[in-house]
Design a protein around this ligand. Sequence first.
Ligand code: HEC
Length: 161
Amino acid sequence: MKTWTLAAAALGAVVLSGSAALAGEVSVARGAQVAITSGCHDCHTNGYAETGGKIDPAAALKGTSLGWQGPWGTTYPANLRRVVKEKGSEDAFLQYAKTFQARPPMPAFNVHAMDESDIRSLYQYIVSLGDAGDAVPDYVPPGQEPKTPYIVIAPPIMPKG
Ligand code: HEC
């Protein structure tokens, strides 16, 4: 009985030190976790889904040039390193993250609903990624042909942006 309890406690310690971040804390580690669990890498990190969730440090949250096309036109997941650089401070990013609007399929409402500590952590994580790199291609209005590959989302699935 006692051995089992000790083993469980030891296992718990290993799991905790592995995942590191706790809800409510403001840290780069928590931001890294939020970016994964909130799905930001899914669209904003090149190769993330294709590699089964491996994060290439050179590409993390730099956006992609794979377009998403629907009734709103064609959009490109933004380079979030450039966004944080542009905002310039954690407070300015917090303000922005609570209110910004974006076209589909960007779920801006999910970011609006984040806790302040998660948004601050996300800011610190994105800043820690380093070099901002290049902007993604410009938005293409409906009816115009994009110069990049793109995914077509059938009109009934997504609202008009
Ligand atoms: C389903 C794909 C998808 C997911 C998931 C996603 N994004 Fe986006 N995101 C986009 C696209 C596409 C755009 C560009 C929208 C536009 O052009 O209006 C965008 C734009 C943005 C912008 C606006 C940038 C600007 O220059 O105005 C921010 C900020 C952003 N995303 C943050 C996030 C964060 C944080 C997460 C994780 C919670 C996330 N995104 C998850 C696809 C996605």
